[in-house]
Design a protein around this ligand. Structure first.
Ligand code: F6R
Length: 252
C-alpha cells in the first residue's frame, strides 16, 4: 500500500488525476472502474481539464461504474448515470458504447448483475479502479457485513448511507432503499486501485480500514490485501491514523 497525504481536498483530487493521466498516456485503451459521490467531483474536473488541454483522450477508454440506485430512471438528477454524464462523460470524447453503469431499472436484477460481471470479464477486467469510502466503511455500495466473495449484487442501503446521500435527493425519504453494486470480489480483482478520502468525518473510518482488522464489518479493510493499492487522503482524513504509522510508510 502506498499512501499520499495531500494538504487539501483539491490536491488529493489532483494527485489522483495525475495517476490516471499517466496511465492514459501510456495505455490509452485502459479499462477504468469509476465511482460517484462528492469525493470524485474535483477529480473529474481535473480529468476534463487534462482532456481539454489535449493531454489525455478517452476515445479508447472503457469504463465500468461501481454502482447505481435501484428504481430510479437514468435521467433522474440523482442517478449515478446522470452524475457521470454531468461531471465527466459529456465533457470528454468517451464513446457511449464504452460506458458501463449497472441498470437500476432492469426488470430482472439477477440477470442484470450477471451480465455486468460478464461484461467486466469480456473486457479483460478492470485495470484501475477508483474508490471513495463511505462513513461506515463501505466501498461501492458494499455495506458492512457484505462477504468478501460477492460479485455484482443488489443491496439494501443502510440508514447511514441513505442519510449521507440525502443531499443529492433533497431529503432522506427520497433516497432509494436499494442499489446495485459491483461486489468486493470484482473490486479486488482490479489490477490496481486508488482509494480517495477527504475530511475529518472520514478520519476514524479511514484509520480503521487501513490499520485495523480485516473484516467484512469494515468492507474497505479488505483493501489491505490488495497488492497495488494507492491511498490518497487529505490531511483531515489522515488525522486519525496511528501517530507512528507514517514513520516507515511512503508519504508524499
Ligand atoms: C459511489 C460509491 C460510494 C462512495 C462513498 C463516498 O459510487 O461507490 O462508495 O464512493 O459513499 O461517497 P462521498 O464521496 O460522497 O463521500
Amino acid at each position: 500500500m502506498r499512501i499520499y497525504v495531500a494538504d487539501t481536498k483539491d490536491e488529493m483530487a489532483y494527485r489522483a488525476a495525475e495517476i490516471i493521466e499517466d496511465r492514459l498516456i501510456k495505455y490509452p485503451d485502459t479499462t477504468l472502474g469509476l465511482a460517484t459521490g462528492g469525493t470524485m467531483i474535483e477529480l473529474y474536473r481535473y480529468l476534463v481539464q487534462m482532456y481539454e488541454r489535449g493531454i489525455i483522450s478517452f476515445k479508447s477508454v472503457v469504463t465500468f461504474n461501481l454502482d447505481e440506485y435501484v428504481g430510479i430512471e437514468p435521467s433522474h438528477p440523482a442517478s449515478f448515470r446522470r452524475f457521470m454524464y454531468e461531471y465527466l462523460f459529456k465533457h470528454v470524447d468517451i464513446l457511449p458504447q464504452n460506458v458501463h453503469i449497472p441498470d437500476g431499472m432492469a426488470h430482472d436484477m439477477r440477470a442484470e448483475c450477471k451480465s455486468y460481471d460478464c461484461a467486466i470479464k469480456e473486457h479483460g477486467g478492470i485495470d484501475l479502479q477508483i474508490l471513495g469510502i463511505g462513513l461506515n466503511g463501505h466501498i461501492g455500495f458494499n455495506e458492512p457485513g457484505t462477504p468478501f466473495g460477492t460479485t455484482t449484487h443488489v443491496v439494501d442501503l443502510t440508514e447511514t448511507t441513505r442519510a449521507a446521500n440525502a443531499g443529492f435527493f433533497g431529503s432522506i425519504e427520497d433516497v432509494p432503499k436499494q442499489a446495485v453494486t459491483m461486489g468486493i470480489k470484482n473490486i479486488m480483482q482490479s489490477r490496481s486501485i486508488i482509494l480517495m478520502a477527504s475530511g475529518e468525518a472520514k478520519a476514524d473510518m479511514v484509520a480503521k480500514a487501513l490499520t485495523g482488522p480485516i473484516t467484512p464489518q469494515v468492507p474497505a479493510s479488505v483493501l489491505q490485501l490488495h497488492p497495488q493499492l494507492t491511498v490518497i487522503l487529505d490531511r483531515q482524513a489522515a488525522s486519525s491514523m496511528p501517530k507512528d504509522y507514517f514513520d516507515c510508510s511512503f508519504v508524499a
